[in-house]
Design a protein around this ligand. Structure first.
Ligand code: ADE
Length: 419
Protein backbone atom coordinates (compact mmCIF):
# COMPACT_ATOMS: atom_id res chain seq x y z
CA UNK A 1 0.00 0.00 0.00
CA UNK A 2 1.11 3.54 -0.67
CA UNK A 3 1.30 5.58 2.46
CA UNK A 4 1.83 9.25 3.21
CA UNK A 5 5.46 9.91 3.96
CA UNK A 6 5.95 8.22 7.28
CA UNK A 7 8.47 5.47 7.56
CA UNK A 8 7.16 1.94 7.72
CA UNK A 9 9.90 -0.65 7.88
CA UNK A 10 10.60 -2.60 4.75
CA UNK A 11 14.02 -4.07 5.27
CA UNK A 12 13.28 -4.94 8.83
CA UNK A 13 16.54 -6.69 9.45
CA UNK A 14 18.53 -3.80 8.12
CA UNK A 15 16.72 -1.07 9.87
CA UNK A 16 18.29 -1.44 13.26
CA UNK A 17 21.78 -1.44 11.79
CA UNK A 18 21.03 1.45 9.49
CA UNK A 19 19.53 3.71 12.09
CA UNK A 20 22.30 2.90 14.51
CA UNK A 21 25.01 3.99 12.09
CA UNK A 22 22.93 6.89 10.80
CA UNK A 23 22.50 8.18 14.31
CA UNK A 24 26.19 7.84 15.05
CA UNK A 25 27.13 9.74 11.93
CA UNK A 26 24.53 12.39 12.49
CA UNK A 27 25.99 12.95 15.91
CA UNK A 28 29.41 13.06 14.21
CA UNK A 29 30.62 10.27 16.45
CA UNK A 30 32.58 9.02 13.48
CA UNK A 31 32.82 9.72 9.76
CA UNK A 32 31.99 7.65 6.79
CA UNK A 33 35.51 6.26 6.46
CA UNK A 34 35.27 4.96 9.99
CA UNK A 35 31.96 3.49 9.08
CA UNK A 36 33.54 1.55 6.25
CA UNK A 37 36.28 0.32 8.49
CA UNK A 38 33.86 -0.61 11.23
CA UNK A 39 31.60 -2.49 8.88
CA UNK A 40 34.23 -4.31 6.90
CA UNK A 41 33.48 -5.92 3.57
CA UNK A 42 31.82 -8.94 5.06
CA UNK A 43 29.20 -7.12 7.04
CA UNK A 44 25.73 -7.62 5.57
CA UNK A 45 25.16 -3.88 5.74
CA UNK A 46 28.26 -3.16 3.71
CA UNK A 47 27.20 -5.57 1.01
CA UNK A 48 24.29 -3.27 0.19
CA UNK A 49 26.43 -0.21 -0.18
CA UNK A 50 28.71 1.05 -2.87
CA UNK A 51 31.98 2.17 -1.37
CA UNK A 52 32.35 4.87 -4.02
CA UNK A 53 29.53 6.68 -2.32
CA UNK A 54 31.56 7.21 0.77
CA UNK A 55 34.22 8.97 -1.23
CA UNK A 56 32.01 11.66 -2.65
CA UNK A 57 33.12 15.26 -2.25
CA UNK A 58 31.79 17.34 0.59
CA UNK A 59 28.34 18.69 0.03
CA UNK A 60 27.17 15.96 -2.32
CA UNK A 61 23.97 14.11 -1.66
CA UNK A 62 25.97 11.26 -0.27
CA UNK A 63 27.72 13.37 2.30
CA UNK A 64 24.54 15.06 3.27
CA UNK A 65 23.17 11.64 3.87
CA UNK A 66 25.91 10.79 6.24
CA UNK A 67 25.20 7.09 6.07
CA UNK A 68 25.34 5.07 2.93
CA UNK A 69 22.64 2.64 3.84
CA UNK A 70 20.02 5.32 3.75
CA UNK A 71 19.24 4.12 0.28
CA UNK A 72 17.01 1.66 2.10
CA UNK A 73 15.06 4.34 3.85
CA UNK A 74 11.46 5.09 3.23
CA UNK A 75 10.34 8.40 4.67
CA UNK A 76 10.51 11.73 2.83
CA UNK A 77 13.00 13.04 5.33
CA UNK A 78 15.22 10.04 4.89
CA UNK A 79 14.73 10.06 1.15
CA UNK A 80 16.29 13.50 1.07
CA UNK A 81 19.45 11.91 2.28
CA UNK A 82 19.38 9.04 -0.17
CA UNK A 83 22.77 8.19 -1.62
CA UNK A 84 21.78 8.17 -5.22
CA UNK A 85 19.27 10.64 -6.47
CA UNK A 86 17.70 11.91 -9.67
CA UNK A 87 20.14 14.83 -9.67
CA UNK A 88 23.12 12.47 -9.98
CA UNK A 89 22.35 11.78 -13.63
CA UNK A 90 22.28 13.66 -16.90
CA UNK A 91 19.27 12.50 -18.87
CA UNK A 92 20.34 12.36 -22.49
CA UNK A 93 17.70 10.74 -24.69
CA UNK A 94 14.41 8.92 -24.53
CA UNK A 95 15.00 5.27 -25.51
CA UNK A 96 11.62 3.78 -24.75
CA UNK A 97 8.10 4.61 -23.69
CA UNK A 98 5.29 2.65 -22.14
CA UNK A 99 1.96 3.15 -20.47
CA UNK A 100 3.70 3.84 -17.15
CA UNK A 101 6.40 6.26 -18.27
CA UNK A 102 9.66 6.59 -20.15
CA UNK A 103 13.05 4.92 -20.33
CA UNK A 104 16.00 7.27 -20.80
CA UNK A 105 19.65 6.90 -21.56
CA UNK A 106 21.38 8.65 -18.67
CA UNK A 107 24.96 9.33 -17.66
CA UNK A 108 26.03 9.22 -14.06
CA UNK A 109 27.59 12.64 -13.47
CA UNK A 110 30.41 11.40 -11.31
CA UNK A 111 31.57 8.22 -12.93
CA UNK A 112 30.47 8.96 -16.53
CA UNK A 113 28.80 5.57 -16.85
CA UNK A 114 25.69 5.08 -18.90
CA UNK A 115 22.46 3.54 -17.67
CA UNK A 116 18.91 3.04 -18.85
CA UNK A 117 16.71 4.86 -16.35
CA UNK A 118 13.07 3.88 -16.22
CA UNK A 119 11.02 6.76 -14.88
CA UNK A 120 7.47 6.21 -13.78
CA UNK A 121 5.11 8.96 -12.66
CA UNK A 122 3.57 8.20 -9.30
CA UNK A 123 0.25 9.74 -10.18
CA UNK A 124 -0.15 7.36 -13.12
CA UNK A 125 0.58 4.43 -10.86
CA UNK A 126 -1.83 5.70 -8.25
CA UNK A 127 -4.52 6.47 -10.82
CA UNK A 128 -4.22 3.08 -12.44
CA UNK A 129 -3.95 1.38 -9.07
CA UNK A 130 -1.02 -0.61 -10.36
CA UNK A 131 1.46 0.22 -7.67
CA UNK A 132 2.10 -3.48 -7.37
CA UNK A 133 3.60 -3.65 -10.85
CA UNK A 134 6.47 -1.25 -10.40
CA UNK A 135 7.14 -2.43 -6.89
CA UNK A 136 7.01 -5.95 -8.24
CA UNK A 137 9.46 -5.01 -11.01
CA UNK A 138 11.85 -3.65 -8.47
CA UNK A 139 11.45 -6.68 -6.21
CA UNK A 140 11.95 -9.09 -9.06
CA UNK A 141 15.03 -7.24 -10.25
CA UNK A 142 16.37 -7.29 -6.73
CA UNK A 143 15.90 -11.01 -6.58
CA UNK A 144 17.38 -11.69 -9.99
CA UNK A 145 20.37 -9.44 -10.32
CA UNK A 146 22.64 -12.34 -11.01
CA UNK A 147 21.37 -13.84 -14.20
CA UNK A 148 23.36 -12.96 -17.33
CA UNK A 149 20.27 -12.54 -19.50
CA UNK A 150 18.16 -10.45 -17.14
CA UNK A 151 18.62 -6.72 -16.93
CA UNK A 152 20.44 -5.63 -13.79
CA UNK A 153 19.06 -3.08 -11.39
CA UNK A 154 21.74 -0.77 -10.00
CA UNK A 155 19.64 1.68 -8.01
CA UNK A 156 16.09 2.71 -7.42
CA UNK A 157 14.99 5.97 -5.86
CA UNK A 158 12.08 8.34 -5.85
CA UNK A 159 11.32 12.02 -6.01
CA UNK A 160 8.08 13.66 -5.02
CA UNK A 161 6.48 12.80 -8.36
CA UNK A 162 8.40 9.91 -9.82
CA UNK A 163 9.91 6.48 -9.26
CA UNK A 164 13.27 5.73 -10.89
CA UNK A 165 14.83 2.37 -11.78
CA UNK A 166 18.47 2.61 -12.86
CA UNK A 167 19.25 -0.36 -15.10
CA UNK A 168 22.02 -1.57 -17.39
CA UNK A 169 21.79 0.10 -20.76
CA UNK A 170 21.42 -2.62 -23.38
CA UNK A 171 22.95 -0.82 -26.35
CA UNK A 172 22.13 -3.48 -28.94
CA UNK A 173 18.51 -2.34 -29.00
CA UNK A 174 15.38 -4.42 -29.24
CA UNK A 175 15.83 -7.88 -30.74
CA UNK A 176 12.82 -7.23 -32.94
CA UNK A 177 14.32 -4.04 -34.28
CA UNK A 178 16.89 -6.32 -35.90
CA UNK A 179 14.28 -8.90 -36.87
CA UNK A 180 12.21 -6.25 -38.64
CA UNK A 181 15.23 -5.27 -40.68
CA UNK A 182 16.03 -8.85 -41.64
CA UNK A 183 12.47 -10.29 -41.85
CA UNK A 184 13.51 -13.66 -40.41
CA UNK A 185 16.52 -15.02 -38.55
CA UNK A 186 18.46 -18.11 -39.59
CA UNK A 187 17.76 -21.13 -37.41
CA UNK A 188 21.13 -21.03 -35.61
CA UNK A 189 20.56 -17.37 -34.76
CA UNK A 190 16.97 -17.94 -33.58
CA UNK A 191 18.17 -20.97 -31.59
CA UNK A 192 20.80 -18.90 -29.80
CA UNK A 193 18.31 -16.21 -28.74
CA UNK A 194 15.63 -18.75 -27.80
CA UNK A 195 18.17 -20.67 -25.69
CA UNK A 196 19.29 -17.53 -23.82
CA UNK A 197 15.66 -16.56 -23.21
CA UNK A 198 14.81 -20.09 -22.04
CA UNK A 199 17.74 -20.01 -19.66
CA UNK A 200 16.56 -16.69 -18.16
CA UNK A 201 12.96 -17.89 -17.87
CA UNK A 202 14.03 -21.16 -16.24
CA UNK A 203 16.02 -19.12 -13.74
CA UNK A 204 13.03 -16.93 -12.94
CA UNK A 205 10.84 -20.01 -12.54
CA UNK A 206 13.38 -21.46 -10.11
CA UNK A 207 12.72 -18.34 -8.01
CA UNK A 208 8.96 -18.93 -8.33
CA UNK A 209 8.57 -15.95 -10.65
CA UNK A 210 6.54 -16.08 -13.85
CA UNK A 211 7.66 -13.48 -16.39
CA UNK A 212 4.27 -13.46 -18.19
CA UNK A 213 5.06 -10.75 -20.66
CA UNK A 214 7.61 -12.08 -23.10
CA UNK A 215 7.13 -9.81 -26.07
CA UNK A 216 9.34 -8.13 -28.65
CA UNK A 217 9.93 -4.82 -26.90
CA UNK A 218 11.06 -6.56 -23.72
CA UNK A 219 13.82 -8.54 -25.43
CA UNK A 220 16.95 -6.45 -25.84
CA UNK A 221 20.51 -7.15 -26.94
CA UNK A 222 23.56 -6.00 -25.05
CA UNK A 223 26.57 -4.57 -26.82
CA UNK A 224 28.03 -8.06 -27.36
CA UNK A 225 24.81 -9.45 -28.83
CA UNK A 226 23.49 -11.39 -25.81
CA UNK A 227 19.83 -11.33 -24.83
CA UNK A 228 18.72 -9.02 -22.01
CA UNK A 229 15.17 -9.45 -20.77
CA UNK A 230 13.77 -6.27 -19.32
CA UNK A 231 10.49 -4.88 -17.99
CA UNK A 232 9.42 -7.01 -15.08
CA UNK A 233 6.33 -4.94 -14.47
CA UNK A 234 3.94 -7.77 -15.11
CA UNK A 235 5.90 -10.50 -13.43
CA UNK A 236 4.00 -12.54 -10.98
CA UNK A 237 5.96 -13.54 -7.94
CA UNK A 238 5.20 -16.51 -5.77
CA UNK A 239 3.75 -18.93 -8.29
CA UNK A 240 5.18 -22.18 -7.07
CA UNK A 241 5.14 -25.41 -9.07
CA UNK A 242 1.57 -26.10 -10.05
CA UNK A 243 0.07 -23.13 -8.22
CA UNK A 244 -1.81 -20.74 -10.50
CA UNK A 245 -3.03 -17.17 -10.74
CA UNK A 246 -5.92 -15.50 -12.55
CA UNK A 247 -4.83 -11.86 -12.76
CA UNK A 248 -4.08 -10.68 -16.28
CA UNK A 249 -2.75 -7.72 -18.21
CA UNK A 250 -0.42 -7.47 -21.21
CA UNK A 251 0.00 -7.44 -25.00
CA UNK A 252 -2.33 -10.06 -26.52
CA UNK A 253 -0.22 -11.24 -29.50
CA UNK A 254 2.19 -13.23 -27.39
CA UNK A 255 -0.09 -14.20 -24.55
CA UNK A 256 -1.12 -17.79 -23.97
CA UNK A 257 -4.79 -18.65 -24.56
CA UNK A 258 -5.41 -19.36 -20.89
CA UNK A 259 -4.26 -15.81 -20.06
CA UNK A 260 -6.44 -14.29 -22.78
CA UNK A 261 -9.38 -16.26 -21.47
CA UNK A 262 -8.56 -15.17 -17.94
CA UNK A 263 -8.41 -18.79 -16.86
CA UNK A 264 -5.96 -19.93 -14.26
CA UNK A 265 -2.40 -20.02 -15.49
CA UNK A 266 1.06 -20.93 -14.27
CA UNK A 267 4.70 -20.70 -15.36
CA UNK A 268 3.90 -22.58 -18.58
CA UNK A 269 2.58 -19.27 -20.00
CA UNK A 270 6.23 -18.34 -20.45
CA UNK A 271 6.86 -21.41 -22.62
CA UNK A 272 3.92 -20.40 -24.81
CA UNK A 273 5.42 -16.87 -24.98
CA UNK A 274 8.78 -18.30 -25.98
CA UNK A 275 7.03 -20.36 -28.67
CA UNK A 276 5.35 -17.21 -30.00
CA UNK A 277 8.63 -15.30 -30.12
CA UNK A 278 10.48 -18.23 -31.71
CA UNK A 279 7.73 -18.49 -34.32
CA UNK A 280 8.19 -14.83 -35.20
CA UNK A 281 11.97 -15.21 -35.41
CA UNK A 282 11.64 -18.21 -37.77
CA UNK A 283 8.62 -17.19 -39.85
CA UNK A 284 8.65 -13.38 -39.56
CA UNK A 285 5.20 -13.16 -37.92
CA UNK A 286 3.72 -14.26 -34.61
CA UNK A 287 1.67 -17.46 -34.68
CA UNK A 288 -2.02 -17.14 -35.53
CA UNK A 289 -1.31 -13.74 -37.05
CA UNK A 290 -4.05 -11.63 -38.58
CA UNK A 291 -4.04 -7.89 -39.31
CA UNK A 292 -7.45 -7.88 -37.64
CA UNK A 293 -6.77 -8.04 -33.92
CA UNK A 294 -10.06 -9.65 -33.03
CA UNK A 295 -9.49 -12.37 -35.60
CA UNK A 296 -6.03 -12.95 -34.23
CA UNK A 297 -7.37 -13.29 -30.69
CA UNK A 298 -9.90 -15.82 -31.93
CA UNK A 299 -7.16 -17.64 -33.85
CA UNK A 300 -4.97 -17.85 -30.75
CA UNK A 301 -7.79 -19.47 -28.86
CA UNK A 302 -9.29 -21.78 -31.47
CA UNK A 303 -7.35 -21.99 -34.77
CA UNK A 304 -5.18 -25.08 -35.35
CA UNK A 305 -1.48 -24.19 -35.61
CA UNK A 306 -0.25 -24.39 -39.20
CA UNK A 307 3.53 -24.51 -39.62
CA UNK A 308 4.70 -24.07 -43.18
CA UNK A 309 7.84 -25.64 -44.66
CA UNK A 310 11.05 -23.64 -44.51
CA UNK A 311 11.78 -24.48 -40.88
CA UNK A 312 13.49 -27.72 -39.83
CA UNK A 313 11.49 -30.65 -38.47
CA UNK A 314 13.01 -30.09 -35.03
CA UNK A 315 12.07 -26.40 -35.14
CA UNK A 316 8.50 -27.16 -36.11
CA UNK A 317 8.20 -29.87 -33.49
CA UNK A 318 9.43 -27.49 -30.78
CA UNK A 319 6.94 -24.80 -31.88
CA UNK A 320 4.11 -27.34 -31.87
CA UNK A 321 4.97 -28.44 -28.34
CA UNK A 322 5.44 -24.91 -26.96
CA UNK A 323 2.27 -23.61 -28.61
CA UNK A 324 0.10 -26.35 -27.17
CA UNK A 325 -3.17 -24.87 -25.85
CA UNK A 326 -3.34 -27.53 -23.20
CA UNK A 327 -0.89 -26.14 -20.71
CA UNK A 328 -0.69 -29.45 -18.87
CA UNK A 329 0.71 -31.02 -22.06
CA UNK A 330 2.82 -28.03 -23.12
CA UNK A 331 6.58 -28.57 -23.24
CA UNK A 332 7.95 -27.50 -19.87
CA UNK A 333 4.79 -28.40 -17.93
CA UNK A 334 6.55 -31.03 -15.81
CA UNK A 335 10.24 -30.30 -15.61
CA UNK A 336 10.25 -26.73 -16.82
CA UNK A 337 13.33 -25.54 -18.76
CA UNK A 338 14.96 -28.99 -18.57
CA UNK A 339 12.35 -30.28 -21.03
CA UNK A 340 13.33 -27.60 -23.54
CA UNK A 341 17.00 -28.22 -23.01
CA UNK A 342 16.50 -31.86 -24.01
CA UNK A 343 14.56 -31.06 -27.18
CA UNK A 344 16.35 -31.89 -30.44
CA UNK A 345 16.08 -28.28 -31.68
CA UNK A 346 18.56 -27.34 -28.95
CA UNK A 347 20.84 -30.39 -29.33
CA UNK A 348 23.77 -28.22 -30.47
CA UNK A 349 23.52 -25.91 -27.44
CA UNK A 350 25.99 -26.42 -24.61
CA UNK A 351 23.83 -25.02 -21.83
CA UNK A 352 26.67 -24.58 -19.32
CA UNK A 353 28.63 -22.60 -21.86
CA UNK A 354 25.58 -20.61 -22.85
CA UNK A 355 24.88 -19.39 -19.34
CA UNK A 356 28.48 -18.33 -18.84
CA UNK A 357 28.33 -16.37 -22.10
CA UNK A 358 31.00 -18.56 -23.65
CA UNK A 359 29.02 -19.03 -26.84
CA UNK A 360 29.85 -16.28 -29.29
CA UNK A 361 26.67 -14.44 -30.29
CA UNK A 362 25.71 -14.91 -33.94
CA UNK A 363 25.41 -11.15 -34.40
CA UNK A 364 27.32 -8.35 -32.71
CA UNK A 365 25.60 -4.96 -32.83
CA UNK A 366 27.81 -2.27 -34.28
CA UNK A 367 28.28 0.35 -31.60
CA UNK A 368 30.67 3.26 -31.52
CA UNK A 369 30.61 3.58 -27.71
CA UNK A 370 28.58 3.06 -24.55
CA UNK A 371 26.15 5.83 -25.46
CA UNK A 372 25.58 4.76 -29.06
CA UNK A 373 21.89 5.06 -29.94
CA UNK A 374 21.94 3.71 -33.50
CA UNK A 375 19.98 0.61 -32.47
CA UNK A 376 17.26 2.58 -30.75
CA UNK A 377 14.18 3.53 -32.71
CA UNK A 378 14.29 7.26 -33.66
CA UNK A 379 10.59 7.35 -32.75
CA UNK A 380 11.90 7.31 -29.16
CA UNK A 381 15.11 9.30 -29.46
CA UNK A 382 13.29 12.15 -31.20
CA UNK A 383 11.02 12.64 -28.20
CA UNK A 384 11.91 15.54 -25.91
CA UNK A 385 13.67 14.75 -22.63
CA UNK A 386 11.59 16.17 -19.75
CA UNK A 387 13.62 18.94 -18.11
CA UNK A 388 12.33 18.17 -14.65
CA UNK A 389 13.86 14.69 -14.44
CA UNK A 390 16.96 15.69 -12.51
CA UNK A 391 15.13 17.67 -9.90
CA UNK A 392 14.78 16.22 -6.43
CA UNK A 393 11.69 17.76 -4.93
CA UNK A 394 10.87 16.96 -1.37
CA UNK A 395 7.63 15.89 0.26
CA UNK A 396 4.83 14.00 -1.41
CA UNK A 397 3.74 10.44 -1.32
CA UNK A 398 6.49 7.96 -0.57
CA UNK A 399 6.41 4.43 -1.90
CA UNK A 400 7.80 2.57 1.08
CA UNK A 401 10.82 0.42 0.46
CA UNK A 402 11.25 1.41 -3.19
CA UNK A 403 14.67 3.01 -2.90
CA UNK A 404 17.58 0.65 -3.35
CA UNK A 405 21.26 0.45 -4.11
CA UNK A 406 22.87 -2.53 -5.81
CA UNK A 407 24.56 -5.02 -3.51
CA UNK A 408 27.50 -5.32 -5.81
CA UNK A 409 30.01 -2.55 -5.80
CA UNK A 410 30.67 -2.69 -9.59
CA UNK A 411 27.69 -0.50 -10.38
CA UNK A 412 29.68 2.64 -9.81
CA UNK A 413 33.10 1.33 -10.60
CA UNK A 414 32.75 -0.89 -13.66
CA UNK A 415 30.34 -0.75 -16.54
CA UNK A 416 28.84 -4.20 -16.93
CA UNK A 417 27.41 -3.92 -20.40
CA UNK A 418 30.58 -4.34 -22.37
CA UNK A 419 31.76 -0.77 -22.57
N1 ADE B 1 14.62 0.08 -23.23
C1 ADE B 1 14.01 -0.33 -22.12
N2 ADE B 1 14.90 -0.76 -21.21
C2 ADE B 1 16.12 -0.61 -21.77
C3 ADE B 1 17.44 -0.93 -21.35
N3 ADE B 1 17.68 -1.44 -20.17
N4 ADE B 1 18.45 -0.68 -22.20
C4 ADE B 1 18.19 -0.17 -23.40
N5 ADE B 1 16.99 0.13 -23.87
C5 ADE B 1 15.95 -0.09 -23.06
Amino acid sequence: MVKKAKSPVTYAKMKGIVSYFAALIKEKKFGSTDLLQKCGNSHPFYRHVDSECFRRPEGSVCDKAGAAALCFTTSAEEQQRSLVSAADFDYLKVIGTGSFGKVLLARHKQNDKYYAVKVVKKHIILKKKVEGHIICERNVLLKTVNHPFLVRLHFSFQTRDRLYLVLDYAGGGELFYHLQRESVFTEPRARFYAAEMASALGYLHSLHIVYRDLKPENILLDSAGHVVLTDFGLCKEGIVGRATTKTFCGTPEYLAPEVLQQSEYDRTVDWWGLGAVLHEMLYGLPPFYSADRMVMLRNIMFQPLVLKAGVSKAGRDLLKRLLNRDRAKRLGAKHDVAELQHHSFFSSIQWDELVTKKITPPFVPSLSGPDDLTNVDPAFTNLPVPQSLGMCEEDGITFPGFSYMSQNVPSLSTQTNGY
